[in-house]
Ligand binder design. Structure first.
Ligand code: HEM
Length: 127
């Protein structure tokens, strides 16, 4: 167990998280079947995303919400999927890290997932 405090820590966290995600029965198929994720591109984006959120590095320049709308059109992203995403994220953090940034990574993910879940549900209703 250590503090979450560097880009290297984030890389370990994100890599371990997606190892769980791809094997997961509830959400793995989004990343393997619905979208054939190019991991060489996706993983560095996620390192930067979390580095920006947690350490204010501003290395991520993108729109995380926008990316999920087309996925939601191919396969509804529902509350049960977000709950599972959050559960795996929390588990991966708690297995490896402690401290303020680790807590913040959980807190921020809960807020973003809640907003994302709501936006995806709204988008389905308006379609
Ligand atoms: C059920 C939940 C979720 C699923 C199935 C999902 C799935 C995906 C997929 C398939 C991609 C695209 C990868 C690609 O095009 O190569 C992606 C990108 C991304 N996701 Fe998610 N996601 C979920 C929840 C979240 C949450 C809660 C967050 C933030 C806390 C998040 C942050 C991102 C970011 C930052 C990107 C990259 C955006 C970019 O290209 O700039 N996702 N997600």
């Amino acid at each position: 167990m250590k503090k979450l405090e560097s880009r290297e820590d984030i890389e370990l966290l994100v890599n371990s998280f997606y190892e769980k995600v791809v094997q997961d029965e509830t959400i793995g198929f989004f990343f393997k079947d619905i979208i054939k994720v190019d991991w060489d591109k996706h993983l560095p984006k996620m390192y930067s995303f979390w580095e920006t959120i947690l350490f204010g590095q501003m290395s991520y320049k993108g729109n995380p919400m926008a990316v999920h709308f087309p996925i939601n059109e191919l396969q509804a992203m529902e509350k049960k999927h977000f709950d599972q995403w959050l559960s795996l994220w929390k588990k991966t953090i708690e297995e490896n890290f402690f401290g303020e940034s680790a807590d913040m990574a959980i807190y921020k993910s809960e807020n973003i997932a809640k907003l994302m879940s709501y936006k995806m549900e709204m988008a389905r209703k308006l379609n």
